[in-house]
Design a protein around this ligand. Sequence first.
Ligand code: AMP
Length: 282
Amino acid sequence: MQVYEKRRDIENHVAVLQRENKTIGFVPTMGALHNGHLALVRRALQENDYVVVSIFVNPTQFNNADDLVKYPRTIEADVTLLEGLSSEIIVFVPTPTEVYGEKMISTKYDFDGLEHEMEGKFRPGHFDGVGTVLNKLFTIVSPNNAYFGEKDFQQLQIVKKLVEIEKMSVKIIGCPIYREETGLALSSRNKRLTEQQLEESPLIYKVLKQVKNDFGIKSANKLGEWVSEQFKDNKELKLEYFEIAKVSNLKSIKRKQKDLKYRAFIAVFAGEIRLIDNIALN
Ligand code: AMP
């Protein structure tokens, strides 16, 4: 398995593969790999000749400096995990300068308003950072297909929009959320949870499942009130937002309409660690 740090090197390797008409799948990650990431890589391996996995903790998408510093970094273990999966994987582990050059700034994007909802409200500048780094990585890797988790559903919708805006030919493929047996969605940040926080964490998915169950019989407003109530007295978990939103534009709703697709979205703080999750409602 090849591991590259320089963009020129991976660009050359990809060019050779493309001359041989090989297809390239791409899984961008920030590392501290877990089974959720690996599920994406496995899917990409099934559908492409080669798979590029990037490991890059992108500074411009962090709105909280402390979160960036404390973000788990386990490069050696990550590379070993990928080696165990397949020899058709190419790993790209660039430095910030390699990706950004000397000026680490993000482009201001207009994602048709998708960027102003939910995560956009609570993490200013986050999606500009995501859009900027993915535009750069897509240019370097020039993949046929790129794989993203529905765990970050808003990001997935925004990436589809980004590809439209930048007129890129990569196909964006969404993959289901991978969970612990307890229901907790896997996340690199879970590594930082205390025992007590972990013990309480299944509440997040439990609440989402109940919302899905009650979606046909209760109003969005009532469900929102019920969710707040579930977290009110919890010592470990603090609700940041809960929203029921249209899949098409991610705008939150008060009343549902027939024939539209909806999802419930939640963000919760366990101490200083922010956890997000979501579920399809219909
Ligand atoms: P990250 O390293 O957190 O930036 O995630 C890299 C990719 O893995 C993104 O497309 C995420 O949506 C996806 N991902 C992270 N956690 C999960 C999970 N539990 N299930 C499915 N995909 C995930």
